[in-house]
Design a protein around this ligand. Structure first.
Ligand code: SF4
Length: 391
């Protein structure tokens, strides 16, 4: 849903404010694109993710209309992203009636000044109210998105946000995503160097999040994602396992067996194409078997499944970055800080001649987490898995 009430300072997503008059035509265009895909043989979805932008800015009846156009299997996981300030009783009720099973709330912080520094437009009171509405409506599960490393955020601010989320929200979230703030070119944040985050500070914030969340029973299952057992996001797990997915809407990405394609970015051009039954595709990419195998390892390394132990060389510099158990190699908390560095040492999969590390000739591994933090390779820099539908 490419609509937001206002733009946040760090956001580079394909989303616009002040275009609400296009919402009705946009939903109709998405439904046309979906109907065409079903006519061509697309089956029902096991998981559905309505992302943004801000889906909760849609009037509830339009969100219902959109969801009615999505074919899904019995028991499908259906997630809708909502912002706290636009999560209303009517919207929550409409989502429940439409079969939504999971709400993902863009909380980011519980500190007023940190939210202001991020250019967000809600306060902690909006968060408490939205969580209470979600809880009262009886959703099976919900997520809270957090961002660390914003301007003016101290370690105490971050600790208070984590503790507040776990202790003061009612009900407490069974799933938390904690992302490092990233500076995207062209954003207001990018133009304001004084607000750029510090990599070493962000690394410390990540370790604090990991310790605090895991002590409360929310275990990491992907570098930036923590959940109580059974509350992991099935949609994202499928993306990280290279599952097929189909995206609808402007700038939506799709994947099927190594072919990726993405839609037109502009709302108007998307509406024109999809409403008239024409493909809205803007480009595509095909991955061969070897590239897919390498990507599978890279994605899996970021998760608690890890990779086969044989996929990483037995180097002393990787020793405290990996937990090697039961034939698997899984990142330790320090390893997660250096996930991209470790990924460079993945061995090419079997079957293609000599196995060798990827792209690391003459490049020493980081000596320690502390030394390599300064390289900027810290968790959450990859905000979404790059195989996943982009907003
Ligand atoms: S961060 Fe979310 S709410 Fe803010 S502009 Fe981007 S999509 Fe909209």
């Amino acid at each position: 849903m490419p609509f937001c009430t206002r733009r946040c300072d760090y956001c580079a997503f394909a989303t616009w404010s002040g275009r609400d008059e296009l919402m009705g035509a946009y939903v109709a265009a998405c439904r046309s694109e979906m109907a065409r895909a079903y006519d061509e043989g697309l089956g029902p979805a096991a998981t559905v993710f309505v992302g943004g932008g801000t889906p909760s800015t849609l009037p509830p009846d339009l969100l219902v209309e959109l969801l009615e156009g999505v074919r899904r299997v019995e028991g499908a996981e259906v997630t809708v992203e909502c912002n706290p300030e636009s999560t209303s009783q009517a919207l929550v009720a409409a989502m429940r009636e439409s079969g939504v099973t999971r709400v993902s709330l863009g909380v980011q912080s519980l500190q007023e000044h940190v939210l202001a520094g991020l250019g967000r437009h809600h306060g902690p009171g909006d968060v408490e109210r939205a969580v209470a509405l979600v809880g009262a409506a009886g959703f099976e599960t919900f997520n809270v998105d957090l961002i660390y490393g914003g301007a003016g955020e101290t370690e105490d601010d971050w600790r208070r946000t984590l503790e507040g989320v776990l202790r003061d929200l009612d009900p407490p979230p069974p799933h938390v995503s904690a992302y490092a703030l990233t500076v995207e070119p062209g954003t207001p944040l990018w133009r304001d160097a004084a607000r750029h985050p510090d990599d070493d500070v962000q690394a410390d914030r990540y370790l604090l999040a990991d310790a605090t969340l895991s002590a409360s029973g929310l275990e990491w299952y992907e570098i930036s994602n923590f959940a109580r057992p059974g509350h992991e996001c099935r949609h994202n797990l499928s993306c990280w396992r290279q599952g097929d997915y189909r995206g609808f809407g402007c700038a939506a990405h799709s994947h099927s067996a190594g072919r990726r394609w993405w839609n037109i970015r502009s709302i108007e051009r998307y509406i024109t194409a999809a409403s008239s039954g024409r493909p809205a595709v803007a480009g595509e990419q095909r991955l061969g078997p070897r590239a897919r195998a390498v990507e599978a390892l890279r994605l899996s390394l970021r998760t608690r499944d890890g990779v086969p132990g044989s996929a990483l060389p037995d180097l002393p510099e990787l020793e405290d970055l990996l937990d090697r158990r039961d034939g698997r190699a899984v990142l330790t908390p320090r390893g997660r800080l250096l996930a991209n560095e470790v990924a460079l040492r993945l061995l090419e999969p079997e079957g293609g001649g000599r196995r060798r590390p990827r792209n690391v000739a003459a490049r020493p591994a980081a000596r320690s987490a502390g030394a390599a933090r300064s390289t900027g390779r810290i968790p959450g820099k990859l905000r979404r898995p790059d195989c996943c539908p982009a907003p």
